[in-house]
Design a protein around this ligand. Structure first.
Ligand code: NAD
Length: 408
């Protein structure tokens, strides 16, 4: 899928074969097999990867995922997508991704810490604050980032906060990082609404997934005057045409065993029903491949803003395009997270920290600017917004590659 999307952008850009080949290949892939002594004294070997896709525009950046289903191919595709995402919002990074094949639910905290420290030690031959900067992804969080920062610092002999982002604030994390992706999603939604003449004040919004991205997007959209009529999490979906109380759902129900389905003043619905509710905006912010050729025809939203990575399949994209539903693609809509990760890195390198307002204002400016650039590319090429975003991202990386030249 990643290579197919690149090929589409390459056709618009008329890229020559050699350059296309460079961009289609990961620059460096490291596979490690490393042992961890479990709490019961037994040794288990885990497989992990770090893939760096492209460094034409700067050091590489990308999350570390702990999940039983990861493999080298998926990690490579995710690294390539990070390259385009960083280029679309014009921050000076290439893309990378790391992963370890592990079910973290089977590990104690101590085992998770040992696995993290050993993995980062083994990939330290390729990662570092000037070369490749990891961040959280599925199965990893601020605590894991803190262990990474500590391990790298122990090896260096001094504290190296810039070696990883998504850290706790007290260890050099950035104000505004936790809300950054959801905030960026809402900014992208506002820009799209403006160009569609859609008034968000009183608009009906449906949010799939109520974790970091979905809950912040719902909260900020509600604060802007919209009514959140449908929300789901892994336990199920709820609906109330008069509006759902986002803060109460988050504070009292989310993350608990019963999840948001425990809330009573609403109708319980299925995930399928949630995605096809009559609404103005749909914000998928859970997992990949949710909008498919099976349900795309039934979607009634006027605008889809992708909080999640890859929630829309290429077949569904075609259907939305035919129906005139605007899809703001993930590489643009959810780029707020990596933008504020970049701010965190800049602050760490300078040991000079910004107030939350400054972070949020700079983020909003980048999101608006990037949205405008993608929208005008979309109009210029009479294409969909995903292709337009890819054209911009791929062109910036291709131009940097040409400018630098092929060494030696
Ligand atoms: P999270 O783990 O905080 O939240 C995920 C939410 O989705 C939870 O509420 C979970 O219950 C729900 N969920 C899981 N399976 C579901 C299902 N089948 N149906 C409905 N809901 C389901 O994760 P997150 O950080 O909010 O990430 C969500 C998505 O956004 C992912 O695709 C992630 O890759 C993407 N993303 C996140 C960031 C970030 O900064 N957190 C940045 C860019 C992209």
């Amino acid at each position: 899928m990643a290579r197919e999307q690149l090929a589409t952008a390459a056709r618009y850009l008329d890229l020559n074969d050699g350059l296309h080949q460079v961009l289609a290949s990961p620059m460096r892939s490291l596979v490690v097999n490393f042992p961890v002594v479990l709490d019961n004294g037994e040794v288990q070997v885990f497989e992990g990867y770090r893939v760096q896709h492209n460094t034409s525009r700067g050091p590489t950046k990308g999350g570390i995922r702990f999940h039983p289903d990861v493999d080298l191919h998926e990690t490579t595709a995710l690294a390539m997508w990070m390259t385009w995402k960083c280029a679309v919002v014009n921050i000076p990074y290439g893309g990378a991704k790391g992963s370890v094949k592990v079910d973290t639910k089977q590990l104690s905290m101590r085992e998770l810490e040992k696995l993290t420290r050993r993995f980062i030690s083994d990939i330290s031959i390729v990662v570092g604050e000037r070369s490749d900067i990891p961040a959280p992804d599925i199965g990893t969080n601020a605590q894991v980032m803190a262990w990474i920062m500590d391990t790298v610092s122990m090896h260096a002999g001094y504290t190296v906060p810039g070696c990883v982002t998504g850290k706790p604030i007290e260890l050099g994390g950035s104000e505004g990082r936790v809300e950054a992706t959801g905030r960026g999603v809402v900014t992208a939604m506002e820009e799209a609404a403006k160009s569609m003449n859609l008034n968000l004040n009183g608009a009906k919004i449906v949010v799939q997934g109520f974790g970091n991205v979905g809950s912040v997007a719902a909260k900020l959209a509600e604060a802007g005057g919209a009514t959140i009529i449908g929300i789901s999490d892994a336990t199920g979906a709820i609906y109330n045409d008069k509006g759902l109380p986002v803060a109460e759902l988050y504070n009292r129900y989310s993350g608990r065993d019963g999840g948001i389905r425990e809330y009573k003043d609403c109708q319980q619905i299925t995930n399928e029903e949630l995605l096809t509710l009559p609404c103005d905006v749909l914000i998928p912010s859970a997992i990949a491949a949710q909008l498919t050729k099976e349900n795309a025809d039934k979607v009634k939203a006027k605008l889809i803003v992708e909080g999640a990575n890859g929630p829309t399949t290429p077949e569904a994209d075609h259907i939305f395009s035919d129906k005139g539903i605007l899809v703001v693609p993930d590489v643009l809509a959810n780029a707020g997270g990596v933008v504020v990760s970049y701010f965190e890195w800049v602050q760490d390198l300078q040991n000079f920290f910004w107030e939350e307002n400054e972070v949020n204002n700079k983020l909003t400016r980048i999101m608006r600017h990037s949205y405008a650039a993608v929208e005008s590319m979309m109009k210029a090429h009479k294409t969909d917004m995903r292709t337009a975003a890819y054209i911009i991202g791929v062109k910036r990386v291709a131009d940097a590659t040409i400018r630098r030249g092929i060494y030696p």
